[in-house]
Design a protein around this ligand. Structure first.
Ligand code: PMP
Length: 510
């Protein structure tokens, strides 16, 4: 058989590259397929032309994100991990940044993708830049940069209020982007898609409109220990203002929400539940659909902070049956300063506008204003037309690549990084959620996280080292700061190998 792709870090001591009998390992995995009801084994069919068996194994290992059944996938992954541990073989050593064919149809070619991102091709401190700060912000493909340039070169205008051609083009571009967002998150209507600056503004909008109108003294708002400050502070402020109470879902030592504890917090007093679908410090994927269902049993409204979920997995607001959903463009390959809050139509009609000014009105006299209909009611003033168009181009890019392909590949990168980092002496991984994506957090005891970040920068590796705007989540794990590489579909295992080598040196010399 042909030689396995070599992996300097994960090479097996007892199974040399050219002597591995994959078929026997594969056979031992067949039985894992049996309990899986959703065709998990098919997910990675044909991965890597040279190593079809590897594809099958990887499929078993990573499950089928397309099924949307993350909990089941996570369980299966844990079982598969155990099997791999027994064989002594690493599931992460199969694929080496080569084109991957999914189900023999779509091909995911990371090298081709990388060519679309101009910023990745530069040296920082004399080394090839490695961008592992994707949870903070993502880089932009040429297609997004071009869309913005084209807009300013040929279509720039204020929208909605003029009769000339450029205004019509700009309006079409802006409203076209709204429709692209609608399709991407499967909202029933584009009128339920409000453009804001980002997740932070989206959550504040809901807190200040829905919250101010409908949260009363004695009511309760539930958030999670895993939340970003953007989903803590606005609700804390509102609770203080309205005399309501903030309740917090605890997490276990792995960094997962404890559903039984959440259940016991819910009551008829619960008026709002708001939580991050994917956490930004440990990469925890929370069981959002189940959590929404639980809240609905008590008549509570639910907001999902999708800042870290939308870039990494398919989101369907109708399937989630969520009332509000917020995300940031800049975390999904779109420009800064544009984001979205989705809201169910009946709620958007019920709640008051947030800011007053142009665009959000139907008629104004000094005595009274008649407000516009949603979404315009929530978009006072001249909107960020160019960046909305950029967001539309980014969603086109992601859709062309395939969000399922992206999820599969990023889960693979995440597991690859976790396993490699687990083998580095002198570092400690923080959090170990079973369902996770994109993020790994660790500390090097004795060296402050920002110092580790600065040392990695010298190697051209950009990542975040600090509290990640989630202090309660980190403190729950007994730390104030972590080093946090976070992965995108333009990253490679070769880059992860470089990170691991650099961390190993820091841990030894530090
Ligand atoms: N929620 C989560 C989970 C995040 O990771 C972030 C950004 N780090 C935010 C909210 C806030 O996003 P933004 O700063 O784009 O408003």
């Amino acid at each position: 058989m042909s030689a396995m792709p070599s992996n300097p870090i994960l090479k097996l001591p007892n199974l040399p590259d050219d002597a591995v009998d994959l078929s026997s390992i594969y056979a031992s995995f067949q039985r894992l397929q049996a309990p899986a009801s959703h065709g998990v084994g098919n997910a990675f069919h044909g991965v890597g032309d040279a190593f079809p068996e590897a594809g099958e194994l990887a499929g078993l290992f990573f499950g089928d994100p397309g099924s949307g059944n993350h909990a089941e996938n996570a369980l299966l992954r844990t079982a598969a991990e155990q099997e791999f541990a027994d064989t002594g073989y690493s599931p992460y050593s199969f694929l080496r940044d080569q084109p991957i064919t999914y189900s023999g149809r779509e091909t995911f070619d990371v090298q081709a993708i990388r060519r679309d991102f101009p910023i990745l091709h530069q040296k920082v401190n004399g080394k090839d830049l490695i961008w592992f700060d994707n949870a903070a912000t993502t880089q932009k493909p040429a297609q997004v940069i071009d869309a913005i340039r084209r807009y300013y070169e040929s279509d720039n205008s204020n929208i909605h209020r003029a009769s000339h051609t450029l205004a019509a083009r700009a309006t079409d571009g802006y409203e076209g982007a709204r429709e692209k967002v609608r399709r991407f998150i499967n909202a029933p209507s584009a009128d339920e898609v409000i453009f804001v600056r980002g997740t932070t503004e989206g959550i504040n909008l809901v807190a200040q409109t829905y919250g101010r109108k409908l949260i009363r003294p004695g009511d309760e708002i539930i958030i999670s220990t895993l939340d970003h400050h953007a989903n803590i502070v606005p609700w804390q402020q509102l609770a203080k203002e309205r005399g309501a109470a903030l309740r917090v879902i605890p997490v276990n030592d792995r960094g997962e929400v404890i559903l039984e504890a959440y259940e016991s917090l819910l009551s008829p007093r619960t008026k709002m539940v708001s939580f991050a679908q994917v956490n930004n410090t440990f990469g925890t994927v929370s069981p959002a659909k189940i959590m929404v269902e639980m809240a609905k049993r008590y008549g509570a409204r639910v907001l999902i902070d999708g800042a870290q979920s939308v870039p990494h997995a398919p989101v369907d607001v109708q399937e989630l049956d969520v009332d509000f959903f917020a995300f940031s463009g800049h975390k999904i390959y779109a420009p800064n300063g544009i984001g979205v809050v989705y809201g169910k139509k009946e709620l958007l009609e019920l709640i008051p506008p947030w800011q007053g000014g142009g665009n959000m009105i139907k008629d104004v006299t000094f005595e009274e204003t008649i407000f516009n209909v949603p979404p315009h009611k929530f978009e006072a003033g001249t909107p960020n037309v160019a960046d909305a168009i950029g967001l539309g181009a980014a969603l086109d890019y992601v859709s062309r690549t395939g969000i399922h392909n992206i999820e599969r590949y990023e889960r693979y990168l995440t597991e690859y990084a976790r396993q490699a980092l687990e083998q580095v002496d002198g570092i400690r991984l923080i959090g170990n959620p079973r369902d996770r994506v994109s993020v790994v957090s660790f500390v090097v005891p004795g060296i402050p996280a920002p110092e580790v970040g600065a040392l990695l920068d010298k190697e051209g590796i950009a990542l975040r080292a600090g509290h990640h705007c989630a202090q309660p989540a980190l403190r729950r794990m007994g730390v104030e700061a972590t080093v946090r590489p976070s992965f995108s579909f333009y990253n490679t295992t070769t880059e992860i190998d470089r990170l691991v080598e650099a961390v190993r040196k820091i841990a030894i010399n530090g």
